[in-house]
Design a protein around this ligand. Structure first.
Ligand SMILES: Cc1cc2nc3c(=O)[nH]c(=O)nc-3n(C[C@H](O)[C@H](O)[C@H](O)COP(=O)(O)OP(=O)(O)OC[C@H]3O[C@@H](n4cnc5c(N)ncnc54)[C@H](O)[C@@H]3O)c2cc1C
Length: 444
C-alpha cells in the first residue's frame, strides 16, 4: 500500500521562472520555509531567450543586476525606432535597458533562492489546488500533497492555480486573443560579417538596436541587434496573436529568409505574452498571483520580467511582515504603484493596435512621438509632462492634427487611469465599484 506524502511549508511557489524564483528568494531570505516547484526540469524553466529589462527594475526588485557575459549580453549605444518603410526614425542615445540572456538569469535566481534556504524541485507539475472554507490551503502535485499558508501562482500566462480556483478564475479570465502577443526571439550566427556590416552601413545604423514598429499591425515590432565583433545577431519580434497578423516566429523567419548573412540559430524561443492590464484581483485568502499569471506586463511592448520580479518582492515583504492579510496588502501595494503604470500604458497599447503603417510613419515624422516618450516607454516609466514636452507636442499636433486628435485624449486617459489606480481601495467592499470604474476608464 502506498501512503500519500504530505509536506508542510510556509509558502509553495508554483513556477520557477523569473517571478517565481524571485519570490522564493525573497521569502527564503525572510526565513520562511519555501518550496519552489516547476512542471519542467529546473534547467528548462522560465524564459530561455534574450530579454530587454530596464536597469532600475533590478534595484526595485531587490535582485542584483547582471554585470557581464554570458548573462549580460549588451547595453546598446543607440536605440532606434523606425517605421516599416525605414523612411522615418527616432534615435535615442543610450538605452535604459539591459539585454539579458534569460537562461543564465533564471539559473542565477534559482541558485540564489536555494542558497537562501528555499527548496527547489523540477519536473513536478501542479495537479490540484486544495481549499477549505474559501481559503486556499495547499496544492497537490504529481508527487505530494503540499500544505502551505501561502500558495503563489507564478506559472506564467496559463495561471495553473488561478484557473483552478473559482474565486480567482471568475475574476481573472484568461486574456482574449486580441490581448495576447505572439512573440519570438532568436540569437543566430552571422554567416558573413562583411555583408552584415554593409547592410547596417547602408542604413546608417552600425552599433544600433533597430526596432521597426508596425510591420504587422500598429502594436507589432521587430528589433534587430547585430554584434559584428562576436558575429551574432539577435532578432526579437512580437505581434498581436490574431489570424490577420503573422506570428512572432513568422516575423523572425521572414527576416532570416531575406538576409543571406544571417546564419544558424544558436538559441531562442517563442511564446505568448498577456497584454491586458494586471488583474484587479491579485490575491485571495491563502493564494496570490505574480508575473504573467497576474498579467503584470508592460503591455505597450510586452515586457513582464521586471514587473513580475518587483511583484514577487512586494508579496514576500508583506508575507514576512505578517502572513495574516498579506495577500490583500500585496494587492493594494502593487496596484497603487507599478500596477498604476502598467494599467496606464495599457491604454496606449490599445490605441497602438489601431495604428496603420502610415500612422506609425506620421507619428515619428511629425514629432508626436518624441525621444522623451520613447525613452520613458523603454524604461517602463510615465513620461514627465514638462513644459518642453508639451510645447513640442503642440507644434507636432499642428503638423499631424488627425493623429494628435487620437493621441492626446489617450495621453489624458493614461493620466486619469494612473490616478485612479493610486486610489486602489483599502476597504474590500469598495473593490467592485473601483473595478467597474477602472474597466470603464481603461477599456472605453
Ligand atoms: C519571445 C519572447 C520575448 C520576450 N521579450 C521580453 C523582453 O524583452 N522583456 C521582458 O521584460 N519580457 C519579455 N517577454 C515576456 C517575459 O518573458 C515574461 O513576461 C516572463 O518570462 C514571465 O515570467 P514568469 O516567471 O511570470 O513566467 P514564466 O517565465 O512563463 O515561468 C512560468 C513557469 O511556470 C511553470 N509552470 C507552468 N505550468 C506549471 C504547472 N502546472 N506546475 C508547475 N509549474 C508550471 C513553467 O514551466 C514555467 O517555468 C518575452 C516573452 C517572449 C515569449
Amino acid at each position: 500500500m502506498t501512503t500519500e506524502r504530505i509536506e508542510h511549508w510556509d509558502a509553495v511557489v508554483v513556477g520557477a521562472g523569473t517571478a517565481g524564483s524571485a519570490a522564493a528568494l525573497h521569502l527564503a531570505r525572510a526565513n520562511k520555509r519555501v518550496l519552489l516547484i516547476d512542471a519542467r526540469p529546473l534547467a528548462d524553466s522560465g524564459a530561455r531567450w534574450v530579454n530587454a529589462i530596464p536597469d532600475w527594475m533590478f534595484d526595485e526588485a531587490g535582485v542584483d543586476k547582471p554585470t557581464e557575459r554570458p548573462e549580460l549580453r549588451a547595453r546598446v549605444a543607440r536605440h532606434v525606432m523606425l517605421d516599416p518603410s525605414w523612411k522615418h526614425r527616432l534615435v535615442l542615445d543610450g538605452s535604459p535597458v539591459l539585454f539579458v540572456d534569460m537562461r543564465h538569469m533564471v539559473d542565477r535566481l534559482q541558485t540564489a533562492a536555494r542558497e537562501a534556504g528555499a527548496v527547489l524541485r523540477g519536473s513536478e507539475p501542479l495537479r490540484e489546488v486544495l481549499s477549505s472554507d474559501g481559503r486556499v490551503t495547499g496544492v497537490r502535485t504529481s508527487k505530494a500533497t503540499l500544505r502551505a499558508s501561502l500558495v503563489v501562482d507564478a506559472s506564467g500566462m496559463s495561471g495553473v492555480v488561478r484557473s483552478r480556483v473559482a474565486a480567482l478564475s471568475e475574476r481573472c479570465p484568461r486574456p482574449k486573443h486580441g490581448d495576447v502577443c505572439s512573440a519570438a526571439q532568436e540569437v543566430r550566427r552571422i554567416r558573413s560579417v562583411r555583408d552584415a556590416r554593409a547592410w547596417l552601413a547602408s542604413r546608417g545604423a552600425v552599433g544600433d538596436a533597430l526596432g521597426v514598429v508596425g510591420l504587422e499591425g500598429g502594436f507589432s515590432t521587430r528589433l534587430i541587434q547585430v554584434d559584428l565583433e562576436r558575429a551574432e545577431v539577435e532578432i526579437l519580434t512580437g505581434a498581436i496573436a490574431a489570424r490577420e497578423h503573422a506570428s512572432g516566429q513568422a516575423l523572425v523567419d521572414e527576416f532570416v529568409r531575406e538576409h543571406d548573412w544571417v546564419g544558424e540559430r544558436l538559441f531562442g524561443g517563442a511564446g505568448a505574452i498577456p497584454l491586458r492590464r494586471p488583474y484587479d484581483t491579485l490575491a485571495i485568502e491563502g493564494a496570490a498571483l505574480i508575473g504573467d499569471a497576474a498579467c503584470q506586463v508592460f503591455s505597450a511592448h510586452g515586457s513582464g520580467v521586471g514587473a513580475g520580479m518587483i511583484a514577487a518582492r512586494m508579496l514576500a515583504e508583506e508575507f514576512a511582515r505578517d502572513p495574516r492579510g498579506a495577500s490583500q496588502r500585496y494587492q493594494q501595494r502593487f496596484h497603487r504603484t507599478l500596477g498604476a503604470r502598467l494599467a496606464a500604458y495599457d491604454v496606449f497599447r490599445r490605441l497602438s493596435q489601431t495604428f496603420s503603417r502610415d500612422d506609425v510613419a506620421e507619428l515619428i515624422a511629425s514629432g508626436l512621438f518624441t525621444e522623451q516618450t520613447f525613452a520613458a516607454g523603454l524604461a517602463q516609466e510615465m513620461p514627465a509632462l514638462d513644459a518642453r514636452l508639451l510645447a513640442g507636442l503642440a507644434r507636432s499636433a499642428l503638423r499631424a492634427p488627425r493623429l494628435a486628435a487620437r493621441l492626446l485624449p489617450t495621453a489624458l486617459q493614461m493620466q486619469l487611469v494612473h490616478r485612479w489606480y493610486e486610489r486602489f481601495p483599502t476597504v474590500a467592499a469598495l473593490a467592485r465599484p473601483w473595478s467597474a470604474a477602472a474597466a470603464a476608464l481603461v477599456e472605453r
